[in-house]
Write a new protein. Structure first.
Length: 413
């Protein structure tokens, strides 16, 4: 058991637990030699982008791994979403959770669609199908589910609703690469699913993403759309953008795929250690994963119930940051409280009670290959000492804040 005392905490005058910052989204780097070999190959070949051989190989490998017919590699997850939305011909209103990265919602609004915010299930943090059904209007054309933290949405219920009302069903699978639902890999559901391979994801292509689908027509459309609508050298047959993945990104992706199992293994070990260390602490919950499914364990999600702990999530965050543990409160404050949505839909929060609760409770803790057992033990020691002294920590933080405020006031006069 740790001997850490409150007075050891950096926020109360002690030395920070870590000299260097610990990040939530520290990239996992694949075997350097394999990556550099591929990079050198790209330079020799002088084929840098536009459906080069590495992009083609990457698409094939991802499709094989997921067991899906089509993988279209893209320059990032947001472009993947935008193109999928356009290709699926979504119009008017689309139902989407507010508890997601803002890129999900921007992808709709960017194309003048109206995002209709739907509440989430408080346990899974995923869009609540019962609520979805209540949000459907004659103008609804689709549902955008998000597999938050890599845990699949209630896919059967959403599929049933989409069929019943003849709606398109897309999934933002940015968090769910390498995860499965009832033994089938994420990427096989709805009309199409979009991945993000951003640097902060456990598997990255620097920047990158992909749309995967089993729908032949949709795949053909998406391929055209991500390349300006070119069907031949000078034949453009529809509107499109530049959403292409580059060869260096595909090289990073191919190298990362070779190390994917190791990344997941490290994430799983980290997650289990967090779970063991934090077990039994009152008022906090570490989100669990269905371990009979494939999971990537890329987010360690910690919920703080202030009514029990007496310190809020934000107070915990302050303590952790002062120790150089840069935990993140994804997806605070909820998309509906960000612009332009806050101004467009000022009352959206009334329909989102669970989202409003969840955004106040969640904290993502550092994991990935940059974090080891020593770091996790230290982070958990800090969390434990805060939780075991919740009322004292809160009082001292408030005193500190008052002192700072009065200093600021004096400076202003
Ligand atoms: N849908 C969902 C559900 C998503 O979560 C995302 C992206 C998207 C769609 C859109 O996909 P992309 O278009 O991004 O492919 C980060 C990522 O930028 C974003 O990709 C991700 N979700 C989101 C959850 O997290 P920020 O604002 O937290 O990024 P940032 O720069 O603060 O980085 C996070 C931490 O990672 C920092 O502590 C620093 C560290 N970091 C970051 C980078 C880029 C590194 O150590 N090295 C790095 O190279 O959004």
């Amino acid at each position: 058991m740790s001997k850490l005392q409150l007075s050891d905490l950096a926020i109360f005058g002690g030395k920070a637990a870590f000299d260097a910052e610990l990040h939530v989204g520290r990239p996992n780097v694949p075997d350097r030699r394999r990556l550099l070999e591929r990079m050198s190959d790209i330079l020799d070949r002088k084929w840098l982008t536009n459906n080069g051989p590495y992009v083609q190989e990457f698409e094939q490998r991802v499709a094989e791994m997921i067991g899906v017919k089509h993988c279209i590699a893209m320059c990032n997850g947001t472009a993947a979403l935008e193109v999928a939305i356009k290709a699926a011909d979504l119009r008017d209103e689309v139902i989407v959770p507010s508890f997601t990265f803002v890129g999900t919602v921007h992808a709709l609004q960017w194309q003048q669609l109206k995002p209709v915010f739907c509440d989430v299930d408080p346990l899974s943090h995923n869009i609540d199908p019962a609520r979805v059904e209540q949000m459907i209007t004659p103008r609804t054309t689709g549902i955008m589910g998000v597999h938050v933290w890599g845990r699949p949405c209630d896919i059967p219920a959403l599929t049933k609703i989409s069929k019943k009302y003849n709606l398109r069903l897309l999934f933002d699978a940015a968090h769910a690469f390498g995860c499965s639902h009832r033994g089938r890999m994420i990427g096989n559901f709805g009309d199409a699913e979009a991945f993000s391979f951003h640097a902060t994801k456990f598997f990255n292509t620097f920047e990158g993403g992909a749309v995967v689908t089993n729908n032949e027509d949709l795949a053909a459309k998406i391929r055209l759309m991500k390349n300006f609508g070119f069907a031949g050298n000078d034949e453009v047959i529809q509107i499109g953008i530049n959403g292409k993945m580059s060869e260096p990104s595909a090289a990073m992706g191919l190298s990362g795929l070779e190390n994917l199992d190791e990344f997941i293994k490290v994430n799983r070990i980290n997650y289990q250690q967090y779970r063991n260390e934090l077990e039994g602490l009152q008022g906090v919950r570490l989100l669990t994963f269905d371990e009979s499914e494939k999971c990537n364990f890329q987010y360690v999600v910690f919920e703080v119930d202030e009514s029990v702990t007496q310190v809020s999530r934000d107070e915990m965050l302050r303590v952790l940051w002062s120790e150089n543990v840069l935990a993140r409160r994804y997806f605070y404050p909820g998309c509906h409280r960000m612009e332009p949505y806050r101004s467009l839909f000022p009352n959206a929060g009334l329909m989102l009670p669970e989202t409003e609760r969840v955004v106040e409770r969640v904290l993502c803790l550092p994991t990935g290959t940059s974090i080891g057992s020593h770091e996790i033990r230290t982070i958990c020691d800090i969390i434990r000492v805060v939780l075991l002294n919740g009322d004292v920590v809160r009082k001292r933080l408030r005193d500190l804040q008052q002192m700072m405020d009065s200093k600021d006031r004096k400076k202003m006069h």
